[in-house]
Each structure stands twice: as C-alpha cells, then as structure tokens.
Design a protein around this ligand. Structure first.
Ligand code: ATP
Ligand code: MN
Length: 461
C-alpha cells in the first residue's frame, strides 16, 4: 500500500476504514497508560493530527518511550473508527519504524509559546500548529494570485531583482557590489569609482518592479509581477520587512476606475479562495488568536469598498475631533493611525483613497486637471492600513518629462520611450504579499507570516 498524507487519509476516512494505512510524520504528543498509548501524529499536510493507537501487548514500553514530542516515525496499521472523542478515525499500529527521536531539549515541547520565543526559533517554528497554518495559507494565497491573473489573461512578467535605476523613489535601497569595501577604488575627484564595480555602475536590489512592469504592459497588454522586493528603511514596525514579496499588475488601456475595480475584485478573490480552501487553518487561527477573523474576512468579501478622495478623507479626519499622534492637515502623508481611523472607526469598511497631493506621491502618477493632485489610489484595510498602493500612470510625454526634470531624476530614457512611442493610458498597483497574508491570518506581526523574516539587525538562517 502506498504512503498517504494525513490530509488524504482524513479526507477519505470513511472509504479507508478497515484498510491498511501507511503513514509518516512527527509526533506532536504521546499519552496513555501501561496498556495502551496514543500518539498524535502530524505530517504538515493539514492542521489535523492522526491518532495512532499502540497496544502495549505488541510494542515494548521502552520503544514507545523513545517517541517523544518532535520524533519522526513511520507507522503501518489498520484505520478504524475511533472509540474516543476528538477524532472520527484512528490507526491501530501494527508496525513502527523510528526515523529520529527528539531529546528532551526539543524547544517546541509545550503548546502556547509566545510569538517572540518562536521568532528566536524560526528554524523550527514551521513545525508548530500556528506556523503550519500560516504557511499553508501563504501557499494557497500565492496559488490564488497566479490563478486569478492567469484566468484573466494576464502574463506573469519577470522583472529584475538587481537594478541600476536609483530613481524608483519607493524607499531606501540595498547596494549590490563586489568592490573591496576596505579599499574602494576612487576617481580623481575622490568619489567611489563604480566603473570598476561588477556592473560598471552603481547597482542595488529592487524596491519595486513597476517601471519594468510598465514596459511589459505596453507590449503584452496586461502583466503582473510576483517577486521579492527589498527596502533598506529602518522601519521597526509590525507592518514592514526588509525583504518582502510584492505583486504588481500593470495594465494598458486602464483608467483609475478600472484599476480600483481590479484591485477590489482581486483582494476579494484571494480572501474567498482561502476561506474556501484553507478553512481548517483559518478556523484554528480564529479559535486560538483572533476570534473575529472569519467574520472580518467574510465582511471584506461581502461588502463594497468605500471610495473617496484624499481631500474628503482629510476633512473627515479633521472633523473627527480625535487627538492623533501626528496632526492632520491637507498635504500630509497619512500615517497608519489616520488610515486606520477611516477604516476601523469611521467607515468600518475597507477604503480606497484616491487623488493624493502630487508632492507626497511618486513622479510617474498621472496629474489631475487641478494641477495639484495625482491619480493615486491606496487601498486601506482594517488592522493593516495600506495594503495596496497604485495609480493611473502619466502617459503624456511632456508632463512626465517636466516632473522628471523638476525632481532631477536621471537615466530614465528607457522609461520615457513608453510615452514617446505609442503611448497609452495605463494603470497598475502594488500589493504587499505579506500584508495580505497578515490580513488573512490575523497575525499581529508581519515577521510571523514569512518563513525567515529579514528586518533591521535580523538576518538569521
Ligand atoms: P508604507 O507607507 O506602508 O510604508 P509604501 O507606501 O512605502 O508603504 P508602496 O511603495 O506603495 O509602499 O508599496 C506597495 C505595497 O507594498 C504597499 O501597499 C504595502 O502593501 C507593501 N509594502 C511596502 N513596504 C513594505 C515593507 N517594508 N514590508 C512589507 N510590505 C511593504
Ligand atoms: Mn504606498
């Protein structure tokens, strides 16, 4: 008989009762008495454990004592309807093979470790119920994202991780170099001589694939990127990572309204997908950490997002009478507390805020007729704040050129060519993958929704 995952066994448990089962996994707990011992076995395929029953007339006490929490075993036996409460089926063990025991210093002995403790043990935390659930949901979301775009006829477009354009303006960049750092080659003027560097110029890790994404969209029509993104900002917040994954769709012939429609449909699709396909994991997180999680997810799927302008948003904040840490006035870059007030207290719904002052947004956003605001759209979510940032792009060559000159950006000729040759109205947005995973899992800290988080002073494993 072929080995089955615990997920497969539990899914088809009725059909498999009375049959021989071959299963492998890690021991979560073992309990029992001198006559019979029960092992909760987990193999990572599902949050649910399979109960294995060992009859001590067939197995030695010594052998069973060695299969402590964390040990890995292989069991063959018959699947039977369970006598006890808590599970519908169990395996009556006939054969036991021990791959590896786990001595008493195994760090994940007890349930209920703090997230901080588990972050110190990030190399082992995928073996906990909580991280197993988060990582399975993360996988399902990644799959849903590809499926959503593929089904809509978008092309997955791969943008580079190493880039020499330093004017993306989305955040501080990590430099990529092979120059000897303790004896840097200098030019006659005393500056670092990057012509001696690997690429012959200064290069960095990308903060966004958007600019290259626009080249894809203005050729293939509709593309999306989905890849790692790096930001060297020293933001020690529960919403920022130094290395995160971003999804950036970019669409030719899309106005800002089309862009908003797509963003809303996209997020709702992803949330529905995991509600349907990861219900056991979501239910676990709901029951153990965040009792409103399922309700919040359903609410997002079932309700229209509020759409309003930055200017109207600022008015609401000013009239709220609320004392914010950062005072509000037209022109400021909204802080998380402002975004969350609009979403959680005022509207109690996700909000798409549009038409921001041009000074606080990137150079490539389309200027409105008022000359003051740009066609930006940020999607703001409960608990998270900004989950998506996007805009209609400036397609007019002269206007874009004026903005680039005003900001003193250089080396943008390749980008400007999209406006020079057959320019079209187009739009796009960026979704931070980990912020979506955070929203869907209800995890408080973004460091707990990626297997090996990178943040200031943390680069383990
Ligand atoms: P924020 O204001 O929250 O720092 P941003 O405005 O710098 O974000 P954008 O440049 O608009 O972010 O990036 C698009 C999306 O990428 C954001 O909406 C967010 O979901 C995500 N994102 C941005 N920075 C980070 C980060 N450091 N870690 C994780 N996700 C991020
Ligand atoms: Mn943004």
């Amino acid at each position: 008989m072929k080995k089955k995952t615990i997920k497969e066994i539990l899914k088809d448990s009725e059909g498999l009762v009375g049959k021989e089962i071959d299963v492998k996994g890690w021991v979560r707990t073992r309990r029992g008495n001198k006559n019979v011992q029960f092992v909760a076995l987990n193999d990572g395929s599902t949050i649910n454990n399979l109960q294995i029953v060992f009859d001590l007339s067939k197995f030695s006490e010594e052998e069973l004592k060695s299969i402590t929490t964390g040990s890995s075993i292989h069991v063959k036996g018959e699947l039977v309807a369970s006598q006890g409460a808590g599970q519908s089926v169990e395996v009556l063990a006939r054969e036991l093979e021990i791959y590896g025991t786990a001595p008493a210093d195994y760090p994940l002995q007890k349930k209920g470790h703090t997230m901080e403790f588990l972050r110190e043990k990030a190399h082992l935390r995928p073996r906990t119920n909580t991280f197993g659930a988060v990582l399975r949901i993360r996988h399902a979301l990644a799959y849903a994202i590809h499926k959503f775009f593929n089904d809509k006829g978008f092309f997955y477009f791969h943008t580079p991780l190493i880039t020499a354009s330093d004017c993306e303006g989305a955040g501080a960049q990590f430099q990529v170099t092979t120059l000897p750092l303790n004896e840097l080659p200098k030019t006659e003027e005393g500056a670092i001589d990057y012509s001696k560097d690997f690429f012959g110029k200064m290069a960095s890790l990308t903060v966004s694939g958007q600019l290259e994404g626009e080249l894809g969209a203005t050729a293939l029509g509709q593309i999306y990127t989905f890849g790692p993104t790096f930001r060297a900002e020293n933001s020690n917040t529960p919403r920022h990572l130094s290395e995160f994954w971003m999804i950036e769709p970019e669409m030719a012939f899309y106005e800002i309204e089309d862009n908003m429609d797509l963003a809303e449909e996209f997020i709702k699709y992803c949330v529905s997908y995991v509600l349907e396909h990861c219900y056991d994991d979501i239910k676990f997180l709901n029951d153990h950490f965040d009792h409103d999680l399922i309700e919040r997810l359903k609410f997002v799927v079932d309700n229209d997002f509020v759409r309003l302008s930055y200017t109207d948003g600022v008015k609401i904040l000013e009239d709220s009478g609320k004392k914010f840490e950062f005072p509000v006035s037209w022109g400021i870059d909204l802080a998380s507390e402002h975004e969350r007030y609009l979403v959680e207290e005022h509207f109690k719904k996700p909000v798409i805020l549009t038409d921001y002052p041009k000074e606080i947004k990137a150079f490539y956003m389309k200027l409105n007729d008022d000359g003051k605001t740009v066609r930006a759209m940020d999607v703001l979510f409960p608990k998270i704040g900004e989950i998506i940032g996007g805009s209609q792009r400036e397609e007019n060559y002269e206007k874009l050129m004026a903005r680039i000159d005003a900001l003193g950006l250089e080396g943008m000729e390749w980008y400007l060519d999209t406006r020079k040759y057959g320019t079209v109205p187009h739009s796009g947005f960026g979704l931070g993958f980990e912020r979506l995973v955070q929203f869907v899992t209800g995890m408080q800290n973004i460091r707990d929704v990626i297997p090996f988080p990178r943040y200031p002073k943390a680069c383990e494993y």
